[in-house]
Write a protein that binds this ligand. Sequence first.
Ligand SMILES: [Fe+2]
Ligand SMILES: [Fe+2]
Length: 292
Amino acid sequence: MPAHPASQVALTVTSSSATSPDASPTLREGALHALLLDDPAQKVLATGGLRARVEQGGEGAIGQGAVLAAPQGVPGRPARPLLVPPQKVERRGSLQSTAGRAVLIHALAHIEFNAINLALDAVWRFAAMPAQFYLDWLQVAEEEALHYSLLAAHLEKLGYRYGDFPAHDSLWEMADRTAGDPLARMALVPRTLEARGLDACPVVRTRLADAGDAEAAAIIDIILRDEVGHVAIGNHWYRWLCEQRGLDPVKTYASLSEQYRAPRLRPPFNLEARRRAGFDEEELAWLEGSAG
Ligand SMILES: [Fe+2]
Ligand SMILES: [Fe+2]
């Protein structure tokens, strides 16, 4: 098993938290609150405020044992973009045109907005995991909020806003399908959908750089750097859960991806990034074999 990706995260227990541990909601309740917010800017702000709870309250502020009921309104999202079936999503034109680049940047911003929701959902939904699980997914939520903010700001420079184009909902649909089991969630969200981002990043980066948009290319560099860590977190907790349940990680992944109708992954795979994210040679061989 690779070194833990977020082992550097430290908890600080302060004296004030020892006297009033219940004065504010737990990290997991705070994550649910942020998840329910519709407005992207407010969601980013609320996500950024979550870490203070554990910095001030220590592990007790995570609330890891609580089984929280799913309220109405998960996930919070704005009225626009309009959600449409994947085949109805706007096809982008040439990236040489501002409008063509805006469609691409908008699609990426939508992925990152969903990724904030996915990470917040991992924090609040799954009870009784080790404390580090929640801290890892908090870190992912913070980084997704940064990715979304960078892309939304770049989109505005191009003269557009998040919400201007229709988008599809397949990322959240996978969150919904895997809501009942953290093993399935780890397998199919970070290890499948986010890992697919590792494959896509170099291609998208080259296209944006070739179109002369160095700023967008630099944002993709940040995203790829962080996404390796997200997939590593997914790999770590996937294997931890497999170990707990006495399951073989490779066989279990194959059956989960069938059971939950995971999208078929297609080459070319970014094997270098996938190795850095903790996939081992057996898993990579399975991936290449299954892609045909
Ligand atoms: Fe991201
Ligand atoms: Fe991510």
